[in-house]
Design a protein around this ligand. Sequence first.
Ligand code: MN
Length: 244
Amino acid sequence: MSKQVIIGIPAESRLLDNAYRNSVNQADVAAVVKAGGAPVLIPTREPALVTRYLDVIDGLLLPGGPDVAPRFYGEEPLPQLGMTDALLDESELTLVREAVKRGIPIFGICRGIQVINVALGGDLYQDIATQFEQPVLQHFQNAAMTQGTHHIAIDAQSRLAAIVQADGLLVNSHHHQSLKTVAPQLKVTATASDDAIEAVESVADDLIVAVQWHPETMFEVDAQMFTLFEDFVKRVERKSVEYV
Ligand code: MN
């Protein structure tokens, strides 16, 4: 058996017992391992150091997490903005821009889709409930994250449709922000019925797939959700073979 590809996952820092602890969700780790990858955690409190990690990883998984600080897309914070961490933002924005330059495949989840969009020149709604002109769905669900709660429509021509073999899905939802202006390198591949953007992918290649929901909390009970991790690791394996 060939060696597993190395999947970098940026670690969120939280104050615990008066010290910053670097962590990622075990669900992300478990999904990558089941798909055949070997996860490594990337510390994010030293943004100047993060590009070094791109020398040792084959793929980049951007997980869920806090809001992106709006100054990174040219806005002042609104009252509804949630918790932010500028060091996490700087680290992840740098990782995305440099990974794209180097042709390293990326999979984005929840905050991850937002970080990718901002890194490549797009922006966000800081709070969809107060900023959408149309009525919004409940995107911060009051249900277990193993369960889907709202539907999305998927562009039949997209890579996402080919991955999950469907033109719609029931997804979970744990976000109060969403993509507003989409970066030029990306195209929208799925939306909710209130027009909230739920998935994007890269236009010119297969380097980027990103979703607004949390497949890592559903993959054990929903086979379609696992296909996203399988596809990610396959994209990484195809890419890493070229450098052997
Ligand atoms: Mn949603």
